[in-house]
Design a protein around this ligand. Structure first.
Ligand SMILES: [Zn+2]
Length: 477
């Protein structure tokens, strides 16, 4: 059976055409008028025998009644209004459902349906599709490239905050991060039951920042997350309205946290000394400030061009060879898709970022010169293991700037002609001759690096969970 609302509309239509009242039809088919009314309003499904009786009483056939075309333009609007009012989207608004009875004018009905349609349309547009997410991400990368990945306003804010904690040099301690929070009027609280949609929750009323417990005691992740939570407050972030806003805020809080953990003045002094000694190494920078290799490499991209006069590239590549994060202002041609997006694209097998995976000793940085159509680059790669899979972190510079780095004496060299498919994509003639046409491989689905955000509240935060969480914890304050 099709739509009950359409069926009811058709029954009413034929009854009115026949000039019969509900009572008159009810009498003929042996059913109360109130039951017939429920059927006409689509609130009740008639039994097959009753449907036959109704058709007979109205002088039509059962197929006439079951036809799914709305009997009139007005009925079509009524049916659509009914369907729209029953949607989850409308239910979330907590507004009453309007019954499109005879007293509801055609113009009002048309206006209501029009507003509903627009609501659905806007909801659809507000959900960031993977394409939109990728576009926003690419735009942000281009904007940051123009700024050499350097944001002086955030550097200044971060330096002020770090100075206020009394920090002098080296790695920022958990205690110092706690003091910074206190200056902003917040207490840091570590809990096991943080809502799954949240990285941290800030209770503005009681001045508390809730964070997850450290997975690795003393790891830098916790300090970074606490600083990111504070950054939202210090930078006056509002609830983001678009995916681009969301990404921009994410970039700012990451930048701010990194600039606190590796403050400008100390970092530049450290790196400048290393440059003078012709001994720059991301691993040393990492160890001096007690952060991860990736954090140190990314921080290096903030400072290298503006303070050390170096152009460079950064790559985080998964063990499947796909780009997870990338930045360049040294002319390296990043692999991109037709939209200009680099995330998820495979990098050349001959680049250091992938060659490093083939090494057996991976405890130290791997160094390589890579010849490309855009010139020769010197690269330093460190591999690591994330949740279940391996990744590599690469920092590279044009050949002429290798002289400032530890590892420049490496004899490891590769020639890449990518994106030419003959470089490392196509199998060679021998292999093709041996296996061509003799194999069928079932492809693995690609993990989405940027998946769409869930619908509902943007950016996918579960408010109910968060409020319940706060209820529970505010009482133990
Ligand atoms: Zn290649």
């Amino acid at each position: 059976m099709g739509d009950l609302v359409t069926l009811g509309q058709r029954i009413r239509h034929f009854r009115q055409e026949a000039g019969l009242t509900l009572d008159q039809v009810g009498e003929q088919v042996g059913t109360a008028a109130s039951q017939l009314s429920l059927i006409e309003n689509g609130r009740r499904e008639p039994r097959v025998t009753l449907l036959g009786d109704i058709a007979k009483a109205l002088g039509v056939t059962v197929p006439d009644l079951l036809d799914e075309t709305p009997p009139s333009p007005r009925a079509a609007l009524e049916i659509e209004l009914d369907r729209l009012q029953r949607s989850a989207l409308y239910a979330r608004l907590g507004l009453p459902a309007v019954r499109p009875g005879r007293t509801l004018g055609d113009d009002v009905l048309e206006a209501l349906v029009g507003l509903h349609r627009e609501l659905v349309d806007r909801e659809r547009r507000s959900i960031a599709t993977p394409e939109e997410a990728r576009r926003a991400n690419t735009e942000l990368r281009h904007r940051m490239r123009e700024k050499n990945n350097y944001l002086p306003e955030l550097e200044e804010l971060a330096e002020d905050l770090v100075r206020s904690s009394g920090h002098v040099s080296g790695a920022i301690t958990h205690r110092e991060v706690g003091l910074m929070a206190k200056r902003l009027g917040f207490e840091l609280v570590y809990v096991n039951d943080l809502p799954r949609s949240a990285r941290s929750v800030t209770d503005l009323e009681n001045g508390r920042i809730y964070l997850p417990p450290a997975s690795i005691p003393g790891g830098h992740g916790l300090r970074s997350m606490a600083l990111q939570a504070m950054a939202h407050r210090m930078l006056g972030h509002e609830v983001p309205e678009t995916y681009a806003d969301f990404l921009h805020q994410r970039l700012e809080i990451n930048y701010f946290a990194a600039a606190c953990l590796m403050p400008l003045t100390q970092s530049v002094a450290f790196l400048q000394q290393a440059k003078n000694d012709r001994n720059i190494a991301v691993e040393d920078f990492r160890d001096a400030f007690g952060v991860t290799h990736e954090a140190a490499a990314l921080r290096f991209t903030n400072l290298a061009t503006s303070h050390l006069d170096l152009q460079l590239h950064f790559l985080r590549v998964g063990d499947d060879g796909a780009v997870y994060k990338a930045y360049e202002n040294d002319g390296l041609r990043l692999p991109v898709d037709v939209t200009g997006s680099t995330e998820g694209q495979p990098v050349c097998r001959k680049w250091s970022a992938r060659v490093a995976f083939t090494r057996t000793n991976r405890t130290t940085e791997f160094y390589q010169y890579t010849d490309t159509p855009e010139g020769t680059f010197w690269e330093s790669t460190q591999t690591g293991t994330g949740t279940g899979s391996e990744f590599s972190i690469t920092v590279g510079v044009p050949f002429a700037q290798a002289k400032w780095f530890r590892g420049r004496e490496t004899t490891q060299r590769q020639a890449s002609t990518c994106p030419d498919p003959a470089c490392c994509t196509l199998p060679d003639n021998e292999l093709t001759g041996r296996w061509g046409g003799k194999v069928w491989t079932s492809a693995r689905l690609h993990a989405h690096i940027l998946s769409p955000l869930p619908s509902g509240t943007f950016p996918g935060v579960d408010d109910q969970e968060v409020y319940r969480f706060l209820e529970q914890h505010a009482s133990d304050a």
